[in-house]
Design a protein around this ligand. Structure first.
Ligand SMILES: C[S@@+](CC[C@H](N)C(=O)[O-])C[C@H]1O[C@@H](n2cnc3c(N)ncnc32)[C@H](O)[C@@H]1O
Length: 179
């Protein structure tokens, strides 16, 4: 078992542990709630979005006080979040074990990312887990790569992690830090 080079979600979680400010976090895709669980243990307040009602309803059963659940697209996040964000997690693609036709897409992801970058604090971090193993995920990965490549380097550090010795388009992780 690898301790560091394992799963993109774990790598993102390790990055979160190094964040300086621990006030507000965003989980742009709640899904089964594993990332929200992790964030809620570290941050004072967590906003979690999902377009699938059952994801929201399942998570509600946990009654976690510092998590605000929003059953809407993350593309509309500027309606709901009016405060600075220290950390944002975009775990893209479809829900593992769920309906594979309900997947994130480039247009709404970029809209959410733009809103996030505006609210991101100094040294705030965004992690984006990408899944190019399916067709929609490949398009999203390629377009987001182009989008992130043009973020001004004076303001944003952008790092891309990929497994170069694995087959079948393994997941990738992009990390953006605001100066
Ligand atoms: C890979 S899963 C997320 C995994 C999750 N973070 C976890 O810990 O289980 C992707 C989720 O994104 C959701 N999703 C797709 N498009 C979305 C959108 N525009 N806004 C918010 N959530 C979306 C899907 O419904 C799905 O639950």
């Amino acid at each position: 078992m690898f301790k560091y080079v394992n799963d993109v979600s774990n790598i993102a979680h390790n990055i979160i542990k190094n964040t300086i400010s621990r006030n507000t976090a965003l989980d742009a895709t709640l899904g089964n709630g594993f990332d929200t669980d992790f964030l809620s243990a570290l941050f004072k307040r967590v906003y979690s979005f999902d377009i699938q009602k059952h994801c929201i309803e399942n998570y509600k059963q946990k009654h976690i006080d510092n998590v605000t659940l929003i059953n809407d697209s993350h593309a509309n996040m500027d309606i709901y979040i009016k405060e600075p964000i220290d950390f944002a997690m975009f775990n893209l693609g479809f829900l593992p074990g769920g309906d594979k036709s309900i997947t994130t897409n480039y247009e709404s992801t970029v809209k959410a990312l733009e809103s996030t970058l505006k609210l991101l604090t100094c040294n705030g971090i965004v992690t984006i887990a990408l899944y190019p193993g399916h067709e929609a995920g490949k398009i999203e990965r390629d377009r987001l790569l182009r989008y992130a490549a043009f973020l001004p380097k004076q303001v944003y550090g952008v790092l891309h992690h990929s497994f170069i010795n694995r087959e079948n388009n393994p997941p990738e992780l992009r990390v953006i830090e605001k100066k």
